[in-house]
Design a protein around this ligand. Structure first.
Ligand code: CMP
Length: 140
C-alpha cells in the first residue's frame, strides 16, 4: 500500500458537455479521496506553464488555445498508487484508441479534446498542482 496524491484536470470540452459530475463520480466510486477541488479559467501563461514539457511539440499552440477556451476543473486526488491507477482509469491519450470503460474510452473521440488530464509521475504532480493550488487549499 502506497498512499499517493495525483493531480487531475477536467478539460473545457468535458465542462462544456456537462461531464463534470460523471467524471468526479468515477474517481470517488473507485475509492479516491478529493483533497482539493476548484473551477478555474486558465490564463495563457498558466496554461503554457502546465504544459511546459510539450512546448516544442507541433500541437503545443493548439493545445494551449484549447485549454483556455473555457473553464477547467482542477483537483488533487489521494489514494493507493493514485498516479498509476488514475492513469489507468482515464485511458490512452487518443480517445479513438482508449479502451471502453475508461473515461476517455467512454467520452472522447479526439486526441486533443480528450476530456481529462492526469499527472504521469510524482515529478509532474509536484509541478502541475502548483499551477492551481496553494498549500492552504489542500486538505489533509
Ligand atoms: P494530456 O494528457 O493532457 O497531455 C498533453 C495533451 O496534449 C494531451 O492530453 C492531449 O490533449 C494533447 N495531445 C497529445 N498528443 C497530441 C497530438 N498528437 N495532437 C494534438 N494534441 C495532442
Amino acid at each position: 500500500m502506497s498512499i499517493q496524491k495525483t493531480f487531475v484536470m477536467i478539460k473545457p470540452d468535458a465542462v462544456e458537455r456537462g461531464l463534470i459530475g460523471e467524471i468526479i463520480s468515477r474517481f470517488e466510486r473507485k475509492g479516491f479521496t478529493i483533497r482539493a477541488l476548484k473551477m478555474v479559467q486558465l490564463s495563457r501563461e498558466r496554461a503554457e506553464e502546465l504544459y511546459s514539457v510539450h512546448r516544442d511539440k507541433p500541437f503545443f499552440n493548439d493545445l494551449v488555445d484549447f485549454v483556455i477556451r473555457g473553464p477547467v476543473v482542477a483537483m488533487i486526488l489521494e489514494g493507493d498508487s493514485a498516479i498509476d491507477v488514475v492513469r489507468i482509469l482515464i485511458g490512452s491519450t487518443d480517445g479513438r484508441k482508449a479502451a471502453p470503460g475508461t473515461i476517455r474510452g467512454d467520452f472522447a473521440l479526439s486526441i486533443q479534446e480528450n476530456v481529462v488530464h492526469a499527472s504521469d509521475s510524482p515529478e509532474s504532480f509536484e509541478r502541475e498542482y502548483k499551477v492551481f493550488f496553494s498549500p492552504e487549499e489542500i486538505e489533509g
